[in-house]
Design a protein around this ligand. Sequence first.
Ligand code: MG
Length: 331
Amino acid sequence: VPSRSIAEVGEFAFLASLVARVPRGRATIVGPGHDCAVVRSAGRSLLLTVDAMVEGVHFDRDWLSPRQIGCKSFLVNASDVAAMGGRPTACVVSVGVPATYRARDLSDLQAGVVAAARAVGASVVGGNLSRARQLFVSIALLADAPPRIVTRRGARPGDFVYVTGTLGDAALAVRLLQQRRPRSRPVPAAVLRRFREPAPRLRAGRVLVASGLVSAMIDVSDGLVQDLGHLCGQSRVGAVIRAATVPRSRAYCLHAGAGDTLALHGGEDYELLCTVPKRHVKRLQQARRGLGCRITCIGEITAERGICVVDASGQPMRLAAGGFDHFRDRD
Ligand SMILES: [Mg+2]
């Protein structure tokens, strides 16, 4: 049998088979397949996560300044910690750069990582620098785990699906940056900021987990439909999403155009997606003021597997593309 490429297997199918073969260690409380692992260390529970940003895959050098690349590399990890209700403490940073990369830019990039970590009470405690064909930044982040652990696995049929903030801005920014011509209008600042300087929902994540009201949670990094698919897959359930209720920013509504589906499948929003049992909905209404952002009900968990997005008249919508798959979505 000829060995298939990762692109042929698919990013998520490959990861699923890999995860199934990873043996459970002595320190493992929650293993792979969630936003963070939960590990036991000296009697305490810690969250551990890793994520990379790669030039030409996650960004172009003229879309993000070196400082923004550093900041964002940290923040995408912090978003995974937010999804588990944790508090980031320390990180190590691995950077790969072409030999021609400017030393001053590398200093700015590093300053971005340090500033982003500091802003959420964490510190950079080590790193590694190597030569590479393209710029990449990989960060492993450690965080204090909350007393109660919420993963992607607890959603049950009948639970309501909620999302924080608004969706689609970052993907819209990428689309506008890609389309940009010499004399086209500038990309709106509010939309660009969501792509360049994402703000992970650390506070909302902690409040939601501590409240005991959410049954499962994930951050939206690859697009709503795809990330909800991961949550539902782990929980062995499905979901119905009402497209018209998906929260969009004013800037998005102004610039994306009516009927646009970027808010449903565009990536890099770094909002939180969670499920809430019906009996807790009233208490969630009371807790929402402490979140520091809006939270919107967009649908419901179903026993029937699969994600169904329905339009305003209740008809299932056919979406043009799913979320991001590293080995399928190539330029
Ligand atoms: Mg995540």
